[in-house]
Write a protein that binds this ligand. Structure first.
Ligand SMILES: NC(=O)c1ccc[n+]([C@@H]2O[C@H](COP(=O)([O-])OP(=O)(O)OC[C@H]3O[C@@H](n4cnc5c(N)ncnc54)[C@H](OP(=O)(O)O)[C@@H]3O)[C@@H](O)[C@H]2O)c1
Length: 209
């Protein structure tokens, strides 16, 4: 039996042990890996196939609303890219990147991104309690607002900046909040945090190889 396509979804540390016993049957296969940090070169070396696609998915895939960054080695054909897109479609959207290193940036934005969002929601819930609402009221208001804003952003042709400015009239309540966030340099802190995740992704890539 010779495999046509293989999906690699074991922990990165286990890849070597999982690939070794099947090497004889997978050299002609298209390989799709969701393993974090294992470079396509290592997959070529372990499997004997140059046809490797790496995917970096995220957890909203569980409800069909993920977005996976994809990188294909040059040997992967257009038809094979389409096969990968078809395989991943039930998990949400896909986005191809040109350079393998760009997957570190994808990891930092969309791979780790759901946790940044939950961190923001936790802070909104804490503020809800400060203002005398219950945590559950804060949770519902914050989650529905964030989901609604994301939906609005996706449905609109306008930039996030325009959408923000539209609800930020001078002297108003949103203006007070945004001015406070700007005073605390929240935007710079978020940029630093995302770049820290990208550096860590690159480090893990060097560790696992
Ligand atoms: N979780 C995420 O959001 C996420 C996001 C991006 C990337 N990833 C990547 O996805 C991969 C899987 O992560 P996970 O959290 O789903 O890990 P997990 O829950 O530990 O799943 C690993 C799977 O690999 C199987 N497995 C282990 N050794 C094997 C072997 N020698 N041969 C065949 N199958 C073997 C395990 O089967 P048994 O249970 O039967 O042992 C299990 O189904 C990792 O490489 C991770 O970096 C995960």
């Amino acid at each position: 039996h010779v495999a046509a396509a293989i999906v690699w979804a074991v922990k990165p540390q286990l890849f070597g042990a999982a690939a070794e016993p099947i090497q004889a049957w997978v050299g002609g296969a298209l390989h799709l890996s969701v393993m974090a940090g294992i470079r396509s070169e290592s997959i070529v070396a372990a499997t004997g196939s140059e046809r490797v696609v790496r995917a970096m998915p995220n957890t909203p895939a569980l409800i069909g609303q993920g977005i996976a960054g994809l990188y294909a080695r040059p040997a992967v054909s257009g038809d094979e890219r389409a096969t990968v897109e078809r395989l991943l479609r039930p998990t949400g959207q896909t986005l191809w990147v040109e350079r393998e290193d760009d997957l570190d940036a994808v990891t930092a934005l969309s791979g780790s991104g759901p946790a940044y969002f939950f961190f923001f929601v936790e802070a909104m819930m804490a503020a809800a309690i400060d203002m005398g609402l219950t945590a559950e009221q804060g949770r519902r208001l914050a989650l529905a607002t964030c989901a609604g804003a994301a939906g609005l952003g996706l449905a609109s042709d306008e930039s996030p900046t325009t959408l923000r400015e539209r609800v930020t009239s001078k002297g108003g309540t949103t203006h007070a909040a945004i001015t406070s966030m700007q005073g605390d340099a929240v935007d710079a802190a978020i940029r630093r945090a995302v770049l820290a995740a990208q550096r860590r992704a690159a480090e893990l890539g060097r560790e696992f190889g």
